[in-house]
Design a protein around this ligand. Structure first.
Ligand code: SF4
Length: 220
C-alpha cells in the first residue's frame, strides 16, 4: 500500500496561525485540539534529532503523520524540506543525531543529569522551530512537549522564551489537562506510543533496570 501523502501548508499563515513543534503523534492530538479550542490554526512541525535510533524516529514520524491526517492538520517534516541555507537541519540530515550528540558532548559527564541535558535538547529543537516559524511568517509557536507530564515544563518555557522575540511569540499553553483523552484517542486510533523519551540516554534509563533485576550470581 503506498504511504499516504503528508499535508503541507499551501498558503501564507493566517492571523490565527501557530507553528506547533511536535515530538510525536500521541502528544499532538490534544495539543492540536486545545489550540483549535483557543481559536488558533496549528501547523505541525517535526524536527527531533534527539530521537534514537532512526527506526524509532521513523515510527514516531509515521504516528505524527497519521494524527495530522486524522485531524486534517498541515504538517511540515524538516527531514523532507529543502533548505540550502541550513542543510544540516533539512532533508534526511534533519534526522541525524549529530546536533544532539554535539550538545551532549559539551556537557561531558553532566549529560547523565536530565536537569542539564534536557534544556539543551529543547534548545536545539526550538532554535530550528523558531527559525522555520519566522521564515514562513508565523507570529507564534509552541510545542507538544508541553503536553507531557514527564518533561521539564519550566525548562521548556524558558527555552521557548529564549527563542521568541518581538516578531515571534512563544505560547506557554498547558496541554496536560488533555492527557487522559489523548491517551484514549491515540490507542483508539492505533497511533504508535513510545516507551522512552527519545534519546539513547533516556532509552538506557528506561531499560537499565532489566540489568539490575535478574542479576546472575557471580562467584568470586
Ligand atoms: S530525556 Fe528527552 S528531553 Fe531529555 S535529552 Fe533525552 S530526548 Fe531530550
Amino acid at each position: 500500500m503506498p504511504s499516504p501523502e503528508p499535508l503541507h501548508p499551501t498558503a501564507a499563515p493566517g492571523e490565527n496561525a501557530i507553528l506547533l513543534h511536535a515530538c510525536c503523534g500521541p502528544c499532538s492530538i490534544m495539543s492540536v485540539q486545545r489550540l483549535r479550542d483557543l481559536g488558533l490554526a496549528p501547523t505541525l512541525f517535526f524536527y527531533n534529532p534527539n530521537i534514537h535510533p532512526l527506526s524509532e524516529y521513523l515510527r514516531r514520524r509515521e504516528g505524527l503523520l497519521a494524527v495530522a491526517q486524522r485531524m486534517d492538520t498541515p504538517v511540515i517534516f524538516a527531514d523532507e524540506a529543502t533548505d540550502s541555507g541550513h542543510p544540516a537541519e533539512s532533508g534526511p540530515a534533519a534526522a541525524h543525531p549529530g546536533p544532539w550528540l554535539a550538545a551532549m558532548a559539551e556537557l561531558g559527564a553532566g549529560m547523565d543529569d536530565m536537569k542539564q541535558r534536557c534544556p539543551k535538547c529543547y534548545d536545539l529543537r526550538f532554535v530550528v522551530a523558531a527559525r522555520v516559524a519566522r521564515s514562513l511568517g508565523f507570529a507564534r509557536f509552541t510545542s507538544t512537549l508541553l503536553y507531557s507530564r514527564y518533561q521539564n515544563r519550566k525548562a521548556i518555557l524558558a527555552a521557548g522564551e529564549r527563542h521568541a522575540g518581538p516578531d515571534l511569540a512563544f505560547l506557554p499553553e498547558d496541554f496536560r489537562p488533555g492527557l487522559l483523552e489523548g491517551v484514549r484517542l491515540s490507542k483508539e486510533w492505533g497511533i504508535y506510543r513510545q516507551q522512552y523519551c527519545g534519546c539513547l540516554l533516556s532509552e538506557y534509563e528506561r531499560y537499565k533496570r532489566l540489568l539490575e533485576q535478574d542479576k546472575p550470581a557471580v562467584n568470586t
